[in-house]
Design a protein around this ligand. Sequence first.
Ligand SMILES: [Zn+2]
Length: 412
Amino acid sequence: MAGKSEPLTPRAKLAVTAGKAAAAVSRAAGKGSGSVIGGKVALRLDPDLLARLARHLDVVLVSATNGKTTTTRLLAEALRAGGPVVSNALGANMPAGITSALAGGSDARFGVIEVDEKYLAGVARDVAPKAIALLNLSRDQLDRAAETRMLAEKWREGLAGSEAVVVANADDPLVTWAASSSPTVVWVAAGQSWKDDAWSCPSCGGVLQRPGDDWYCGECGFRRPTPTWALSGDHVVDPYGVAWPIHLQLPGRANKSNAAVSAAVAATFGIDPKVALERMYKVQAVAGRYDVVSFQGRDLRLLLAKNPAGWLETFSLIDAPPTPVILSVNARGADGTDTSWLWDVDYTRLSGHPIMVIGDRKLDLAVRLEVANQQFTVCADLDEAVRTAPPGRIEAIANYTAFQDLRRRVGN
Ligand SMILES: [Zn+2]
C-alpha cells in the first residue's frame, strides 16, 4: 500500500521549497512556527500540492468538535508500529497547515491528519484518505444547534461514495447521520456525555428517544447502528469480543473514548489492538494540555476546554473538592467573541471547589457563576489566582487563547 514512489513534479518541488522559505522567514520574524504561512505560499504556487503530497501516503483524517488533536496524537503513536508517520501534531488543521505538515514528511508511510470540522469534506476530496475517524459533533463557541446540523450535512455530502473506511462514533447521533452516507463504516460505541445537541433527529427533526445507551427516532426509524467496537469502562472491546485494557497517561473518560476509536482505526491498517494501545500509553501531554507544571511553588495542571461539551468533560476529570480550580476565559478571535456559550455549561459540578476566575472575560464568567450559586474569587491575573488558591494541586481550565496565555505565563 505504501511507498508508491512517484516523484513530485518540478512545480510541486518548487512550491514545497518556497513554502519552507516563507516559513523560515516567518519564524525568523518571531511569528510562530511559520507552518501556516509556509503552507499558504506553497498552495498558491501549486494548488494541487496537498493532493500530490498525500498520494505517497496512507492518509487518516481525524475530525470532531472535541478531542481531535489528542486523538491525532494517539493514533499517530499507534500507527508508528507499522511505519514512519507524518502528522500535523501542532494542531494547524486547515489546508495550509496540513500541506505544510505533509511537506515535511517525505519518508513517511502514514499521514495522520487532524482536520478542522469545516474543512473535512474538502480535505477528504483532496487527499483520498484510507480512513476517516469521526468522534463527535456539538456546538462550538459561536455555533448554535442549526449550524452544527449544517456541518453534519456537509460531512454527509462529502462522505457519500467515499472510498475511505469511516470509523465513527455510533453513540453520537449527528456523527452517525453524517457517516451513514459512506459505503464503509466501522461503528464504535465510544460514548457521549454531552447530549444537549442530540435530542432532535438529524434526519427528520423528530424527538430522539434515548433509553439507556441506545437512541432512536420514533418518527422516521433512524437509529443507533450496531457497533463492532466498544469502549467498556477501562477496556476497548474488539469485533471478536476480546476486551483490551486501556492504559493512558492522559486523564479522563473522553481520552479513553479517543483511544478506543484510535484502536479501531489502527486495526484497519492491520495493527493489533494490544500493540496500538501499548503505544498510546507513551502520549503524555498534547501541545501542553494536561501538563502539570510548577509555578510559584505550586503544582498546576493545565486543561484546555473550548466549548460547552469540552467544559463538561473537563469538570469530570478534575480532582475531588476541595481541589482549587482556576477558570480563565478570553473572547479573542480564535475563541469566538460571543461568550453566551458560558451559559450552556453546568457549573454545579464545581460545587465544593474553591474557584478563582481570571481572563479577559472574567466578569462574564463571574455573573454566570453567581447565577449558578457558586463561591468564587475574581482575580487580576494568574499570579494572584495562584496566591489566592488554598493548598493542593491546582486545576487550571482555560479556553483557547486563555490557555495560550497560561502556558506563556508559566513558561511552558
Ligand atoms: Zn427521525
